[in-house]
Design a binder for this molecule. Structure first.
Ligand code: TEU
Length: 546
């Protein structure tokens, strides 16, 4: 009696369009580039592509600052390119999920230009304003502001506007029904074009308490707790569902879902009619590297969430995205010795957990952190603004740059490594962000030819998941939970039981599963040679059918 849904069975592949494939030599990836690689994407076996924002944008935050929701960013191409891309995707049975960035717009959006022009403009209430004659507005923290101040003074109307992200990303006022109507209209416009869903960017922050109470002490330690559960958030989502989602067979996913499994459930409990699924940040916000926070704590997060979701609701599973370092550099081991084997192990994890897997472009090759030495190599406002802020305070810039080698978002945004030719075959021009120098050995072309490559291993895993409903719908049970080296669990459905064992360390390790595996069938193993001992080898991953 499982509640089957196509979006639960799907494997989602995330494409960062700026870095996937450049077709015109300007150094920036584009839609034509994606079109030229659709056969590759199809060959992965994935079901849906999530594209980071491709709307018109001045690119203060690489498309997360939209200046026109119904136009394509010039760097990426035209609406004709988009229509062709969608058609070609659908022809191949690939669905398209668009990023929906509506907690904020760009300050160059027409709505904001109008809004800031005068206090009685009809778009004034599309954003949050605080008149300066009332004094300074109650402090709000900002993700990307150099002074961590989310209120920016605007002389034109002697008022402050709110921006949780950068100064060029003013927050839309969701309290205003006109804002909501305009956005629903725009969403229907895209859905009528035939797209298959939305990833709701930062939407947990959309509802604000507009009485602007003081933030409680210690707020900065858990910003999501204070920003992520605004008073009307779920009213908006229910209204959006009624006005938009319910009219289409689509998939919707919340980026961020409060600060607990109970919070997350509110977004996706089917009875509440809001979104299909959500991803939370606990498993990525846990720390810099697995060796710091440890596997036991990490496993506990997954089992805690799974417990809440065992009977209803649905989660997304991911290890990386465009806001994170590369998965192999954070949860695996990207030294030449272990990069391949640990990438395969992590892919095994993603494809065998309960929840819809979101797989980040390039992870199928084992792409890893680029680790820039120089601040000038970074383009991301996140890293750059933190650097400026620290410099203004006289902080330790060396240490900061060292830390960013592990954590900076751009570690995961470098151009896709297609082949060993110039610029990894990404562009004939100068790439907007440096290509990881390991492209001569880590690239798709080479991995195509190698049956044991991470790429071909990933393809097999995807097929295994698609053939096996137990991997999608089966009950999850954590085993040997205090084992510091091994993540072991079973998945079980209608009498079929699978055992998954994953060594997260570079040493041999053993696991107490209490399960007799004699006679069990090995469905997948990331090592190609048979094991001589009962222990798991470094980063070994095995899927048993019991
Ligand atoms: O991220 C929202 C978010 O919650 C951020 O805090 C994220 O954790 C950030 O990367 C911190 O460094 C979304 C997008 O995924 C991100 O790329 C955008 O920059 C952000 O919204 C603003 O649109």
């Amino acid at each position: 009696n499982v509640d089957t849904k196509w979006w639960k069975e799907a494997v989602v592949y995330q494409i960062y369009p700026r870095s996937f494939k450049d077709s015109d030599g300007d150094g920036v990836g584009d839609l034509k580039g994606i079109i030229s690689k659709l056969d590759y994407i199809k060959s992965l076996g994935i079901d849906a592509v999530w594209l980071n924002p491709i709307y018109a944008s001045p690119n203060d935050d690489n498309g997360y600052d939209v200046s026109d929701y119904r136009a394509i960013m010039k760097d990426f191409g035209t609406m004709e390119d988009f229509d062709l891309m969608l058609k070609e995707m659908h022809k191949r049975g690939i669905k398209l999920i668009m990023d929906l960035v509506v907690n904020h717009s760009s300050d160059e959006h027409e709505w904001f230009k109008q809004s800031r022009s005068s206090r009685d403009n009809k778009y004034r209430d599309y954003y949050h304003w605080w008149p300066a004659e009332k004094g300074k507005p109650p402090y709000r923290w900002s993700f990307f502001d150099v002074n961590s101040d989310a209120w920016k003074y605007d002389a034109q109307t002697n008022s402050y506007y709110l921006h949780y992200f950068s100064q060029k990303q003013p927050d839309l006022n969701w309290e205003n029904p006109k804002v909501r109507e305009d956005i629903y209209d725009m969403m229907r416009w895209w859905l009528d074009k035939g797209i298959d869903g939305f990833r709701m960017d930062a939407f947990q922050f959309a509802s604000k308490d507009t009485t602007w109470p003081e933030l409680p002490k210690g707020y900065e330690k858990n910003i999501i707790k204070y920003y992520g559960v605004g008073p009307h958030l779920h009213d908006y989502l229910q209204e959006m569902n009624k006005e938009v989602f319910s009219k289409y067979d689509i998939m919707t996913v919340a980026e961020g879902a409060g600060s607990s499994p109970q919070d997350a459930m509110l977004f996706v409990d089917p009875a509440r009619k809001e979104l299909n699924m959500a991803y939370h940040f606990e498993s990525v916000d846990i720390g810099k590297h697995l060796s710091d926070f440890g596997l036991i704590k990490y496993k506990a997060i997954f089992s805690r969430y799974d417990k809440e979701f065992k009977d209803k609701g649905w989660l997304a599973i991911f290890l990386a995205n465009h806001d994170q370092p590369r998965m192999v550099s954070k949860f695996g081991n990207d030294s030449p010795e272990f990069r391949t084997i640990s990438s395969k192990m992590l892919s095994t994890f993603l494809m065998t957990m309960r929840g819809t897997p979101y797989y980040y472009y390039g992870d199928e090759l084992g792409m890893d952190n680029i680790r820039f030495n120089n601040i000038n190599d970074y383009h991301d406002l996140d890293t750059r603004n933190k650097y400026i802020a620290l410099k203004n305070k006289g902080g330790d810039l060396e240490a900061f740059l060292e830390g960013e080698k592990q954590t900076a978002r751009e570690n995961g945004r470098t151009p896709f490594q297609w082949d060993a030719k110039k610029n990894a075959g990404f562009t004939t021009g100068t790439p907007w962000l440096k290509v990881n120098p390991n492209y001569t050995t880590v690239n798709a072309d080479q991995q195509e030819k190698d049956p044991n490559s991470t790429l071909n291993y990933f393809r097999k895993l995807v097929q295994l998941r698609k053939k096996n409903p137990t991997l999608v719908y089966g009950k999850f049970e954590l085993i040997d939970e205090n084992n510091p080296a091994i993540f072991a669990y079973t998945r079980e459905l209608n009498g079929e039981k699978l055992l998954i064992v994953l060594n997260f360390t570079s040493k041999n390790a053993s696991v107490k599963t209490g399960i007799n595996i004699k006679g069990a069938k090995v469905l997948m193993n990331n090592y190609t040679t048979p094991s001589k001992s009962k222990e798991l080898r470094p980063y070994e991953a095995v899927i048993y059918q019991l």
